[in-house]
Structure formats: C-alpha cells, structure tokens
Design a protein around this ligand. Structure first.
Ligand SMILES: *[C@@H]1O[C@H](CO)[C@@H](O)[C@H](O)[C@H]1NC(C)=O
Ligand SMILES: *[C@@H]1O[C@H](CO)[C@@H](O)[C@H](O)[C@H]1NC(C)=O
Ligand SMILES: *[C@@H]1O[C@H](CO)[C@@H](O)[C@H](O)[C@H]1NC(C)=O
Length: 247
C-alpha cells in the first residue's frame, strides 16, 4: 500500500513534471500529507479531524498538585506555568489538582468531608473555589487564567476570587453555589483521593507529574524552566517555535 502510493506519487511527479499531484482514488490516503490533501481539496477536513487529533494525542500530560496559599505554588503558577500556557499550550495538557498537603475527615453526622489545610481555613476555601471553577469550566483555556489571577494576587481569598472571576469571564454566582453544595464537597474529596494515591507519594508542594511520572530532577527542572522541560519531553512532529528557541 505504502510502496504503491509512493510509486504512484513518483509516477505522478514524472507525468506532471513535479508541478501537481493527483488526488488518490482511496480516501484513506487523502490526509497523508498536505500536498495530497490539497489535491483532494480536503485540507480543512484533514486539519480538523486527522492532523489535530494526532497532535492532541502527542501532547505531554502535565499535572500540578498544589494548594492555593502556599508561596512556592503561587510563585510557580504565576511564572513557569503561566509562561508555558502562553507559549506552548499546543503541546501540553495542563491539569490542576488543588489539594496539596491538606487532610480530610469524613463526618457521618453531616455526610460531608471536613478539610484541614496547611495554611488554614482560608486555604481550604481557596482550594474549593479552584475545584469548583475547574469543574464548571473544564477547558484549560477557560479556568487557567482564573487560577493564574488568584495565585498572582495578594489579598483576602473571597475578594480576590470575585475580582479575578470578573476579569476572566467566570460566573462567580455559579462558583458560589458549587462551593456551598455537596457536589463541591465531593469534588474536593476526589482531589484528595487523587493526591493521596500519587506514586511515589507527594512530599511537598508544588508537586508535578509529567506523563504520570515524578522525579526529583524533573521537579527541579520544572521549577526553573518548565517550558524547556515540556519541550524536551514532547515527542510530536510539530514542536512550536517557542521550543526550537529553547533547544
Ligand atoms: C489532551 O487533551 C485533548 C482534549 O481533551 C485530548 O483529545 C487528548 O487526547 C489529550 N492528550 C493526551 C496525551 O492525553
Ligand atoms: C478550549 O477553548 C479554546 C478557546 O475557546 C478552544 O479553542 C478549544 O477548542 C477548547 N478545547 C476543547 C478541548 O474544547
Ligand atoms: C495522558 O492522560 C490521559 C488521560 O488522563 C491518558 O489517557 C494518557 O494515557 C496519558 N498519556 C501519557 C503519555 O501519559
């Protein structure tokens, strides 16, 4: 199949003197490359349904385990993560897990989890707000600017969250409803479970995993040059210009 296509491509090349390519009969080959797609008039379809999907599967999974008020988390999100999102978001799926070093206890009398956070109840409140925003706006492009805004702004948790929601087109009424609901409590519990099941177990925050893995070396590199680390890990065929600059 491959050989015969290559052969017919060469044949076409000879016949047409290299000026044009004919569209192959079998539609299975139409998205093989840009020239063929062009000849078949299906560049847009190939881009949307074949090439972009392939590129999506090549993405690096980057997951950040953090808690909202830890100074190192705030620093990491406001610099490295934000920069990576702005420059190389096409090659990475960024996932936030707001829980960190918190602890939970199930209270049978209320049938709710009670959370205890390293930086006090304000931090638990912040974690829950992030949890709800991520759940209400699962697309990274929609929730990351909010997370960045709250982590890079000093001040009272509630006030900052309200201001950032307005700035980043998040419906804060919906967030408040979620925060006060059983659903919000359950969602926060799921992040607790996800954090507690890390292998190796997390020892500090921020804690990163790349394609599900964590090493000390990786952590250090992430905190000093996340873009470089993600570019280096990316094995797809189409690294963005920001990566080439970094090599
Ligand atoms: C990244 O996310 C996109 C969209 O949700 C998905 O299609 C793709 O498979 C993900 N890539 C990886 C490596 O998980
Ligand atoms: C996320 O939102 C962006 C910007 O609106 C959009 O381009 C992208 O297709 C969305 N991704 C998914 C997986 O829906
Ligand atoms: C990325 O994450 C997705 C969804 O969590 C998973 O299905 C996929 O196997 C992961 N890819 C890699 C390379 O770890």
């Amino acid at each position: 199949m491959y050989t015969s296509l290559a052969l017919s491509t060469i044949l076409l090349f000879c016949i047409h003197g290299g000026l044009t390519i004919d569209c192959p009969k079998s539609s299975a080959n139409w998205c093989d490359n840009r020239e063929i797609a062009q000849a078949c008039g299906v560049v847009n379809q190939c881009t949307k349904y074949v090439w972009a999907v392939g590129a999506d599967n090549d993405r690096v999974n980057f997951t950040l385990y953090y808690e909202t008020l830890c100074p190192d988390c705030r620093q990491f999100i406001s610099t490295q993560v934000w920069q990576a999102f702005q420059s190389i978001s096409s090659i990475v799926n960024i996932t936030f897990v707001p829980y960190g070093n918190a602890r939970e206890v199930y209270r049978p009398e209320t049938q709710l989890y009670q959370f205890y956070c390293q930086h006090g109840s304000d931090e638990c409140y912040g974690n829950l707000i992030h949890t709800c925003v991520i759940s209400l706006y699962p697309n990274t492009t929609a929730h990351l600017p909010f997370i960045y805004c709250t982590e890079s702004t000093e001040g009272d948790v509630e006030t900052v969250a309200g201001k950032c929601a307005e700035k980043t087109s998040i419906d804060y009424n919906k967030v408040t409803s979620c925060v006060q609901s059983r659903v919000g409590n359950q969602l926060q519990h799921l992040y607790a479970v996800q954090t507690e099941s890390l292998q190796p177990p997390h020892q500090y925050v921020p804690w990163v995993t790349i394609n599900g893995e964590h090493t000390e070396e990786m952590e250090q590199e992430a905190e000093s040059d996340l873009v470089g680390l993600l570019c280096k890990t990316y094995k797809g065929s189409n690294p963005p210009a920001q990566c080439k600059k970094n090599l």
